[in-house]
Design a protein around this ligand. Structure first.
Ligand code: NAP
Length: 245
């Protein structure tokens, strides 16, 4: 059976997708910073779905040198890897020029550099193996720069373009590249926000994402509708309206 590596697997979408993929019979390689949570999840997933194999490993994706080592360990445990889901992410929210640069830097380090480190390590393995599937997590925040989340929007636009480049670079290789643009999915990342338009549950989000992964789509919003249309509107919204969002 196919195997998937999920970073940031201990909460929100990563956690729900781990259960969903186990239910669909995938072998799982899971990582995050909380080892205790990973071990607890491993037991719960085995009890609920008994997937063919499940391996867990501590990984802070901003420890860039540790990323290929963790991936090699997990590949060794599972005997191979088919899909990487570069999911680990944070959303701190900050204002430019308000002495909050540390938050902006952390956001870029986790969401952009951490995802790039994960994808780089996985692609090195896929190139040797001769095939593979890279799934990157952007956001509808990549469609338009929003106030109070400049680094988050930049990180998500950055990873989307990075994956576009990767798709072109591996065009003649047997490597599929999927970019996902989730809207609001109910997780701790956004539970503090006053407004979460078109919110869906994390279980529903995980099912939609699993379907999109299995279809090997090039890119998609999550859910597809209404964000496929709202995303286009966001791009042309006057700045005065964006400033009030
Ligand atoms: N929820 C949404 O509506 C939404 C919308 C668009 C995009 N996304 C994206 O989807 C991804 C998952 O978000 P979520 O909503 O599920 O968030 P979440 O519930 O806060 O989960 C984030 C996960 O990332 C892990 N993580 C954080 N920093 C890490 C680091 N330095 N190294 C490794 N793992 C780290 C956390 O685990 P540990 O603390 O144990 O490390 C946790 O498992 C993110 O990339 C987010 O930007 C979410």
């Amino acid at each position: 059976m196919a195997s998937i590596f999920i970073t940031g697997a201990t909460s929100g979408i990563g956690r729900a997708l781990s259960f969903e993929m186990a239910k669909r019979g995938y072998c799982l390689a899971l990582s995050a910073r909380s080892v205790e949570e990973l071990e607890k999840m491993k037991k719960e997933i085995n009890d609920e779905h008994s997937p063919p194999a499940i391996a867990v490993k501590h990984l802070d994706v901003t420890d860039y040198r540790a990323v290929p080592k963790a991936l090699s360990f997990l590949i060794g445990e599972l005997g191979g890897l088919d899909i990487v889901y570069a999911n680990a992410g944070i959303g701190l929210g900050e204002r430019v020029g308000k002495n909050e640069f540390d938050k902006a830097r952390a956001t870029i380090e986790v969401n952009l550099l951490g995802a790039m480190a994960t994808i780089d390590a996985a692609v090195a393995y896929f190139l040797k193996k001769g095939k593979g599937h890279v799934v990157g997590v952007s956001s509808v925040a990549a469609f338009r720069g929003m106030p109070r989340s400049s680094s988050y929007c930049a990180s998500k636009a950055g990873i989307a373009i990075y994956l576009e480049s990767l798709r072109a670079e591996t065009f003649r290789k047997n490597i599929d590249v999927t970019v996902l643009y989730p809207g609001y999915i109910d997780t701790p990342l956004n539970q503090m926000l006053p407004k979460r338009p078109f919110l869906i549950s994390v279980e529903k989000g995980a099912k939609i994402i699993a379907d999109l992964i299995e279809k090997r789509v090039k890119s998609s919003t999550v859910p597809v509708y209404p964000w496929n249309i709202v995303g286009k509107l966001l791009k042309i919204l006057p700045t005065g309206m964006v400033s009030r969002l």
